[in-house]
Design a protein around this ligand. Structure first.
Ligand code: NAD
Ligand code: ZN
Ligand code: ZN
Length: 378
């Protein structure tokens, strides 16, 4: 049945309020407007940032919302003035827009795009105009994407066209976790050959950071997590040393300083905790260490003594691993298709959209790396 130009009724997981379970509902998805593309989501994964919005973000005006921003799908129809996409194209939505025209997009110094900030309420990550409704209520879209659904509508500047043979139930991870972690090592930290690195937090983001450190030629990669079940995966991906902070009575940065004759060259924080961000900074060698903040928090502050930086350290942060939105996704899918990069190894669970709460609970308890939810057959 041709759905072009019509409202589509489909299944989606709706977060009606903060701190309450998502509910599978029938929603209405409006046809794509000018510069927009409607896509059929084939697979979507749960990222910690979805949980953060649901449980800790405290954005009461960010509800009701369809969460989810790590996904892959197929173009169903396109709005006016869309020339880059056609029905049937395989695509990955990306929360960081790339319009290619603004001052930010034209600068190689940033991967941010002015349109992300001006057209979306970035502080709540939910644009007001969503095209989603349920039971007569307007439903927001997390990250401008809202992928825990069978269909969604996204702006063409938030969409990357990918290889027609790409397996959507795998490459969906490239839409957030893999690019974020990998890029934080190669683009943001700029890890050097022969260096020693530490990665804090071994979820998909941290494991992808380990993969990036390895690709950049690091000789020693210390994987740090309070859940020792994560070490096996980290080893497969390339970590050489494993540290569980709960095994030590000393502060973790002292443990790492002792292991590395004064500190690591690069550290990457992939947890989202201010105290871990501070530990990660102090774990680097004081004369030239570079520490990157990847984990997300809006409610905690970090403190630093000036001398920690005066001595020569650099403290940085990045969204989406410093990759430009569309370009990063396309480049990483290409790497995966050429077998230069792991993705399948990050998937610990495969489920259906109906089981989204099971996936959320696994993530909350740190019992999975990525749970991929199939929304419809490829
Ligand atoms: P995740 O929950 O799968 O992984 C977090 C890991 O940290 C878990 O393995 C957990 O056991 C470990 N951990 C918890 N406390 C720890 C501690 N004190 N010390 C060491 N390890 C600890 O999450 P994820 O999906 O991999 O995301 C990681 C972080 O990155 C989140 O904060 C998320 O919001 C953020 N994120 C940021 C961006 C960005 O663009 N900057 C994008 C995606 C995700
Ligand atoms: Zn994410
Ligand atoms: Zn732009």
């Amino acid at each position: 049945m041709d759905t072009t130009g019509k409202v589509i009724k489909c299944k989606a997981a709706v977060a009606w309020e903060p701190n309450t379970p998502l509910v599978i509902e029938e929603i209405e998805v409006a046809p794509p407007q000018v510069h927009e593309v409607r896509i059929k989501i084939v697979a979507t994964a749960v990222c910690h940032t979805d949980l953060y919005h649901l449980y800790e973000g405290m954005h009461k005006d960010g509800f009701p919302v369809v969460l989810g921003h790590e996904a892959a799908g197929i173009v169903e129809s396109v709005g006016a003035e869309v020339t880059e996409f056609r029905p049937g194209d395989k695509v990955i939505p990306v929360f960081l827009s790339q319009c290619r025209e603004c001052r930010f997009c034209k600068s190689p110094k940033t991967n941010q795009c002015v349109k992300a900030w001006s057209e979306m309420r970035m502080e709540v990550m939910c644009p007001v105009d969503s095209g989603f409704s349920c039971k007569g209520k307007k439903i927001l879209k997390f990250g401008g994407l809202g992928t825990f659904t069978e269909y969604t509508v996204v702006r063409q500047i938030n969409l990357a066209k990918i290889h027609p043979d790409a397996p959507l139930d795998k490459v969906c991870l490239i839409g957030c976790g893999i690019c974020t972690g990998y890029g934080s090592a190669v683009n943001t930290a700029k890890v050097e050959e022969g260096s020693t690195c530490a990665v804090f937090g071994l979820g998909a983001v941290g494991l992808a950071a380990v993969m990036g450190c390895k690709a950049a030629g690091a000789k020693r990669i210390i994987a740090v997590d309070t859940n020792p079940e994560k070490f096996e995966k980290a080893k497969i991906i390339g970590a050489t040393d494993f540290v569980n902070p709960t095994d030590h009575s000393k502060p973790i940065h002292e443990v790492l300083q002792e292991m590395t004759d004064g500190g690591v060259d690069f550290s990457i924080e992939c947890v989202g905790s201010a105290s871990v961000m501070q530990s990660a900074l102090h774990s680097t060698i004081k004369a030239w260490g570079v520490s990157v903040i990847v984990g997300y928090t809006l409610v905690q502050n970090i403190t630093v003594q000036p001398v920690d930086l005066i001595s020569g350290r650099t403290w940085r942060g990045a969204l989406f691993g410093g990759f430009k939105g569309k370009d990063g996704v396309m480049e990483m899918v290409k790497c995966y298709m050429e077998k230069k990069m792991m993705v399948d190894e990050f998937i610990t669970h495969n489920m259906d959209l109906d089981n989204v709460m099971e996936a959320v609970e696994l993530m909350k308890k740190s019992k999975c790396v990525r749970a991929v939810l199939k929304t419809s057959p490829q």
